[in-house]
Design a protein around this ligand. Structure first.
Ligand SMILES: [Zn+2]
Ligand SMILES: [Zn+2]
Length: 455
C-alpha cells in the first residue's frame, strides 16, 4: 500500500508547516501553521488574500490542501459554485499539532470546527490563551480535541500515532511517529539540543532508529538553522549567569524582553530576580499565560508567586475598569503602574514587549537603565522594528544587552540526530537550506510545495 506526503508549507522556508499524510483511505495532517508573509511568495503585509474567502487564494497558490473535509461547508459550497474550484472529497481523520507556535497552528481558524485535533495538554492551554486574548479566533471550546500523553499510542484513522515529548523553546512540544502499514513516518516538529532537556530529543531519535527493525522509516526533520554557521549558542543556565551578572551591575531599573510563550526563559528571569533581590513585573498577558502553564510546571508555579503585574494606561488613560480586557481587570487594584516603577526603579525587573516601550515616556528611566533583550521581538537586525527599538535605547541612554539562545538545534546537532536515526528516507523541511543535508542519507528528498510524493 503506497503512502503519499504533500507539503503545503515549510518548503524552502521557515514557517507555515502543513504536511498531509495519506495512506489507504486515512488522511492525517502534521501541523496547520500560518505562512509568514514572504513565505507565501504571493502575499505580503499589503497584498492579502480575499477577506471573504481566504482559503480560495491560499489553495490557488498551494498553501492549503484542496480538501473539502477541512473547511466549513458554506465556504466549500461558495468556493465550488462561485469559482468552480475542484476539491477532493473524503474526511480528514485528524490534525496533529506539534506545539503552540504560530507557524504550526496559525491557520487553524480556517479549519472547520468538526475536524479532530490532537495535541499535548500544554499546547491546548496555549491555544486557549490565544482565544482568550483575542489574538486568534480558534474557538477551541467547540473543537474535538484529543489530549496526547507522552509515549502513549493513539489510533487515528487506520494509523497508530506515537507522540514523544522533546525540547523546544515552548512547553508541550511533541515529535510524532506515525505507523501506517509497513511504513513509519516521523515528524520532528521543532527541536533543539541545548535546552534543558536534550535527553528527550536523543531518546526520540533513538526510538526512530529502533523503528527500523519493523518498518520503513521516513524522517521529516526541521532544519531551521541549516546554513546559519552558528554553533556557539549559550545554554539556559549560561543565560541565567549572564543575566544575573548584568542585573547585579545595574543601579537603577532593569528592563527585559522575552518571548511570551517561552516560560523556560521566564523561569530563568524569575530566578535572576530572586537572586538579585528584585521583583519581576509582567504585563497582564504574560501573567495570564504563565499562570495557565504553571499547572504543568511546579517550579514555574512557585517562582510566579513572587511576580507582580504591570498595568499600562489604556482607553481613557485614567485606569478605569472599562479600559481593560476581562483578564486584565482583576489586576486593577494590585498592579504596579508607571508611577510605582518610577518611584523605586532599582527594586524591579520589568518585562516590556516591543509595543510596550511607549511606557518609558511615563517611567522616564535614568541613564544606564539596563535593557536585556532575551528572545522577544524584534529578533534581529533584519526586522525593521530593530532600528526603532534601538532609537528608544539611545534616546533613554540605556545599556543594551542581548542575552538569548535559539529555539532550534544547530547544524551539527541536526546532522548528528539524523545519522543516529539513520532513516530510509530523509525529508528536510522548515529550512531555507535543505541541501545542507544532501549526501548524508542515501535517499534525501528535495521538496516542492503542493506536490504529492508517493513512497
Ligand atoms: Zn516552534
Ligand atoms: Zn516552527
Amino acid at each position: 500500500m503506497s503512502l503519499n506526503l504533500t507539503f503545503y508549507g515549510a518548503v524552502n522556508e521557515i514557517g507555515g508547516s502543513k504536511t498531509l499524510l495519506q495512506h489507504d483511505g486515512t488522511s492525517i495532517l502534521f501541523d496547520f501553521g500560518k505562512d509568514f508573509f514572504g513565505g507565501t511568495d504571493h502575499f505580503s503585509d499589503r497584498l492579502k488574500p480575499a477577506t471573504y474567502l481566504p482559503i480560495r487564494d491560499y489553495i490557488r497558490f498551494g498553501n492549503l490542501p484542496p480538501m473539502a473535509g477541512l473547511y466549513p461547508a458554506a465556504q466549500v459550497r461558495f468556493l465550488q459554485q462561485e469559482f468552480g474550484t475542484r476539491l477532493s472529497e473524503g474526511q480528514v481523520d485528524g490534525i496533529l499539532i506539534s506545539h503552540g507556535h504560530i507557524d504550526h497552528f496559525g491557520f487553524l481558524p480556517l479549519v472547520d470546527v468538526s475536524v479532530p485535533l490532537y495535541m499535548s495538554a500544554e499546547t491546548l492551554e496555549v491555544l486557549r490563551f490565544f482565544d482568550e486574548t483575542g489574538e486568534f479566533d480558534l474557538h477551541m471550546d467547540q473543537r474535538p480535541v484529543t489530549v496526547l500523553e507522552d509515549n502513549q499510542v493513539v489510533r487515528v484513522g487506520g494509523c497508530d500515532v506515537l507522540p514523544i515529548g522533546t525540547d523546544h523553546d515552548i512547553l508541550g512540544i511533541l515529535g510524532f511517529i506515525v505507523r501506517c502499514g509497513d511504513t513509519s513516518v516521523v515528524y520532528t516538529g521543532d527541536f533543539r539540543l541545548h535546552g534543558r532537556h536534550p535527553e528527550r530529543v536523543r531518546a526520540f531519535f533513538d526510538l526512530v532508529h529502533q523503528e527500523k527493525q519493523h518498518a520503513r522509516t521516513i524522517l521529516l526533520t526541521e532544519g531551521t538553522r541549516l546554513g546559519f554557521g552558528s554553533i556557539d549558542e549559550p545554554r539556559e543556565n549560561e543565560i541565567q549567569e549572564l543575566a544575573a551578572r548584568t542585573v547585579k551591575g545595574a543601579s537603577g531599573l532593569v528592563l527585559t524582553n522575552y518571548y511570551i510563550l517561552d516560560t523556560e526563559r521566564l523561569k530563568t528571569l524569575l530566578r535572576v530576580a530572586q537572586e538579585t533581590g528584585r521583583t519581576m513585573v509582567l504585563q497582564p498577558q504574560h501573567m495570564l499565560l504563565a499562570r495557565k502553564l504553571a499547572r504543568f510546571d511546579s517550579e514555574l508555579e512557585e517562582l510566579m508567586t513572587h511576580a507582580e503585574v504591570y498595568l499600562a494606561r489604556r482607553g481613557t488613560g485614567k485606569y478605569l475598569a472599562a479600559d481593560y480586557r476581562l483578564f486584565e481587570q482583576e489586576y486593577l487594584v494590585t498592579a504596579l503602574r508607571a508611577a510605582d516603577i518610577a518611584a523605586d526603579p532599582a527594586k524591579y525587573l520589568l518585562q516590556l514587549d516591543f509595543q510596550d516601550l511607549v511606557e518609558l515616556v511615563e517611567i522616564n528611566p535614568a541613564p544606564h537603565t539596563v535593557f536585556i533583550q532575551s528572545g522577544g521581538e524584534p529578533l534581529g537586525q533584519y526586522d525593521p522594528n530593530f532600528n526603532v527599538q534601538m532609537k528608544w535605547i539611545r534616546e533613554f541612554r540605556m545599556d543594551f544587552y542581548r542575552i538569548a539562545t535559539p529555539g532550534h538545534a544547530n547544524e551539527l546537532d541536526i546532522r548528528d540526530m539524523i545519522m543516529q536515526a539513520d532513516p530510509d528516507i530523509l525529508v528536510p523541511m522548515h529550512t531555507k537550506n535543505p541541501e545542507a543535508l544532501d549526501g548524508y542519507i542515501k535517499r534525501t528528498v528535495a521538496l516542492k510545495k503542493g506536490l504529492a510524493y508517493e513512497f
